[in-house]
Write a protein that binds this ligand. Structure first.
Ligand code: ATP
Length: 193
């Protein structure tokens, strides 16, 4: 049987917003993948926490955003890895833990353009396929033509988690900017206020 194709979408998701979800759903349904996992990055204990919400709170928001959407899953795999977590190490752990899955990476053209700075990037490029979505202003660089790299014209939202946090802090509505269940939880919990 062919292995299940799983795309990994890494982020701090602080908080998750509709830009992330539109992209995740596009990749999960239009690029040959069976699933997309939103992998929540943990706090680095050596860094000052600042505005980064607790790991479990951000994971919970991602779970709320997904709800029962088919093909999307939240992953907390990096919470239990040494920090900071390098993508190549996370990939090795996932391969070990889920031998029945075939993992690929989802990243913006901004990240692809600086992939040469990642730990063991040659191994990542050699062993994993990378699905790239365009970020305005970032042509993608030298790896765009690599045989394991494919670019997709995903619909993009000009939206960032920073924008959401600022809106919450300043008391503006975040209706339509985050999934309804996320808006309700942010309201109830007072996160980012
Ligand atoms: P912040 O404003 O806190 O930096 P962010 O919204 O950029 O956050 P991250 O959690 O860091 O969110 O993003 C996770 C991944 O999603 C990153 O690879 C980022 O490039 C990508 N991303 C962020 N915003 C969007 C968007 N509007 N559309 C598509 N991808 C996005």
């Amino acid at each position: 049987m062919a292995s299940r194709q799983v795309g990994l979408f890494f982020g701090s998701f602080n908080p998750v917003h509709v830009g992330h979800m539109i992209l995740a759903n596009f990749m999960a349904t239009r690029t040959g993948l069976d699933e997309v996992w939103l992998v929540v990055s943990p706090q680095n204990p050596l860094k000052k926490r600042g505005t980064l919400a607790r790991d479990h709170d951000r994971l919970h928001l991602v779970e709320l955003a997904i709800g029962d959407t088919p093909r999307l899953r939240a992953s907390r795999v990096e919470f239990d890895l040494p920090k900071p977590s390098y993508t190549i190490d996370t990939l090795a752990v996932l391969r070990d833990k889920y031998p029945e899955y075939d993992f690929s990476l989802i990243m913006g053209s901004d990240n692809l353009a600086s992939l040469h700075k990642w730990k063991n990037y040659e191994l990542i490029l050699r062993d994993f396929s990378i699905k790239v979505y365009p970020r305005p202003g970032y042509p993608g660089g030298e790896f765009l033509d690599h045989p394991n790299v494919a670019q997709y014209d995903a619909p993009l939202m000009h939206l960032s988690a920073t924008y959401i946090r600022e809106a919450v802090r300043e008391g503006y509505s975040i209706h339509y900017l985050v999934p309804p269940a996320v808006a309700a939880e942010l309201h109830k919990s007072g996160m980012y206020r």
